[in-house]
Design a protein around this ligand. Structure first.
Ligand code: NIG
Ligand code: FE
Length: 412
């Protein structure tokens, strides 16, 4: 396949700006990018209307704009059920933490996992990922974390693994969200709490052996888990060969950024409440800062201090946080639009944050950029310019979405 148009190649050598081809060409062969460059330099073997004798003509797609497939580096996409009643409570002014304290929130989603079997969870996730693909997303990080109890976490991870095996959906990077909330039975005393944390940590070696997760995550915040609880989880994950990503500073700065740096985490996410020292520690340890503007919008929060992040020199990632509580959306493009409008990110920061920087933060540095020999995960957009990627809120403008050169979505 030959794609012709304005091509967003990936980051330039500074890593801070986009490299572009105004009139570019991308050749896809055997699931990979076979050639990439200015249209006028396209080798003759691909530029003709028909291929060599006996070969079919190369399919040509003229697209105004071509980018790498979008990479959503933070989702809870394996949820089932609906928390619309809580959303109505939020609209009436109830706080997220207050709803959770009354048995709603994450525990409400745990109840839904309890009621569902692996097939039902996998089916819901697969349909959600197909909708994400239709928006231009070709790689999705998917967390567990709604099982809470070991047997239910295993159920959710098994469902994620089943869907991760499908080539007709976006790539899945599975994360074991080991410490997300306490199940009701663990809330009674300090001992039951400690037993819950210990049981979650004890699952790490088994999950690593069965390759059910590439990363381990913990929600490090007030009304969630402490640095002291999350640290041994992270250390064991690293020792077992898994990466670490953390929910940090969504409501309060309890030292999660410094912990992420000490653990060599791939990413610290949310970051509405983080100190400059925490950001500096992240920058030194090359921990990405994953911004989740849909969640802070739903919670009516002040945006994170993006200027301090830029000064500290952390790489910015933009993700959807797709979940039924704080980010009831499946749309990374919507998160990108909000990152620009609410957080003041530039087009280059948003696009890099949803492509190359996101892929790198998932340990997949060949994705999120277009380069010869890399998997042909790319999107042809019905949009004239990369600035326009930040505008069409609430609709898909992806006309062709390829993963490994094969269409996940086509609306040509
Ligand atoms: O990333 N902060 C914690 N976890 C999710 C919300 C999960 C839920 O409410 O279901 C988040 O915002
Ligand atoms: Fe989250």
């Amino acid at each position: 396949m030959l794609l012709l148009g304005r091509v967003v190649v990936g980051p330039d050598p500074s890593g801070r700006a986009l490299e572009l081809l105004d009139a570019g060409a991308v050749v896809v062969e055997g699931g990979r990018v076979a050639w990439l460059g200015p249209r006028e330099a396209l080798p003759a073997r691909w530029s003709g209307e028909s291929g060599a004798a006996g070969e079919p003509a190369c399919r040509r797609v003229e697209a105004p704009l071509v980018t790498a497939g979008l990479v959503d580096a933070h989702t809870h996409a394996a949820w089932v059920g609906s928390r619309h009643a809580e959303y109505a409570m939020k609209l009436r002014g109830e706080g997220y933490e207050a709803i959770a304290a009354r048995g709603g929130g994450i525990v409400a989603s745990m109840r839904a996992i309890e009621e569902a079997d692996v097939d039902a969870i996998a089916d819901t996730l697969a349909r959600r990922l197909a909708r994400m693909a239709s928006l231009g997303v070709t790689t999705v990080e998917v967390k567990s974390g709604y099982g809470l109890r070991p047997e239910l976490e295993r159920r959710q991870l098994a469902a994620i693994a089943r869907v991760a095996g499908r080539a007709d959906l976006p790539r899945v990077v599975p994360t074991f969200l080991a410490l997300h909330a306490l199940p009701p039975e663990a809330r009674a005393t300090a001992e039951t709490r400690a037993a819950h944390v210990a049981a979650a940590i004890a699952m790490v070696p088994e999950i690593a052996r069965a390759r059910l997760a590439a990363y381990v995550d913990a929600y490090v915040d007030r009304n969630a888990f402490t640095v002291a609880e999350a640290r041994p989880l992270g250390e064991l994950a690293r020792a077992a060969g898994l990466g670490v990503r953390l929910h940090v500073g969504q409501f309060a700065d309890v030292g999660g950024a410094e912990l992420a740096a000490a653990l060599g985490a791939a990413s610290a996410d949310h970051l509405e409440n983080v100190s400059r020292q925490g950001l500096d520690a992240m920058a030194r340890a090359d921990v990405a800062a994953t911004l989740l503007p849909l969640a802070s919008f739903v919670l009516a929060q002040r945006p994170p201090d993006v200027a301090a992040m830029r000064e500290a020199g952390v790489r910015l990632v933009v993700a959807s946080d797709a979940n039924p509580g704080t980010a009831p959306s499946e749309s990374l493009p919507l998160a990108m639009a909000f990152a620009a409008r609410l957080y003041g990110l530039t087009t280059d920061e948003v696009v890099l944050g949803a492509t190359a920087h996101a892929a790198r933060a998932l340990g997949l540095p060949a994705l999120g950029r277009l380069s010869v020999g890399a998997p042909a995960d790319l999107v042809a957009w019905d949009l004239p310019h990369e600035d326009a990627l930040l505008e069409p809120w609430g609709v898909s403008r992806a006309s062709l979405v390829l993963r490994d050169g094969r269409p996940l979505h086509a609306a040509l």
